[in-house]
Design a protein around this ligand. Structure first.
Ligand code: GTP
Ligand code: MG
Length: 138
């Protein structure tokens, strides 16, 4: 089995969508093996999204990610990384397939409700950014 890092972003926690989003994961066969609600500083958000540092939207992105609580979680399942990205839908909700989290809940390309790791190496890095091994309960 594979694990991936998921973040329920501030636009979604603000609208009380944590439960509905978790239902989407669980219905897709993804198990939530770790989960906590935290409020990032903009510096911490910048560290997490360091790969996007040179992008024009970096300031907007980190400000948004620090604008309210997020729920960080580890999802486990067969092909969890790809499966999660399928359940999330395209980055821009206008392009997201019907039934995906972003199609149903996202407000814009920036405020798009969820993050999911995009590859095994980034999943490993992102999980250890937020969680210790003791916090992962399979
Ligand atoms: P993540 O799972 O969050 O990494 O999304 P992604 O892989 O589908 O998108 P990408 O890695 O290209 O971008 C990371 C995040 O930056 C997105 O999820 C958006 O929240 C944000 N983002 C991407 N493009 C834009 C943009 O044009 N404007 C703003 N404000 N934010 C953007
Ligand atoms: Mg990405």
């Amino acid at each position: 089995v594979e694990r991936t890092l998921s973040i329920i972003k501030p636009d979604a926690t603000k609208r009380n969508l944590t439960g509905k989003i978790n239902t989407k994961f669980e219905e897709a066969g993804l198990r939530i093996v770790a989960q906590k609600r935290i409020h990032l500083t903009q510096d911490q958000a910048g560290e997490f999204y360091a790969v996007h540092k040179e992008r024009p939207f970096f300031g907007e992105l980190t400000e948004f990610m620090a604008s309210g609580p997020v729920v960080v979680q580890v999802l486990e399942g067969e092909n969890a990384i790809a499966k999660n990205r399928e359940v999330m839908g395209a980055t821009n909700p206008a392009d997201a397939a019907a039934g995906t989290i972003r199609a149903e809940f996202a407000e814009s390309v920036g405020e798009n409700s969820v993050h999911g790791s995009d590859a095994p190496d980034t999943a490993k890095e992102e999980i250890s950014f937020f969680f210790s091994g003791l916090e992962l309960v399979g």
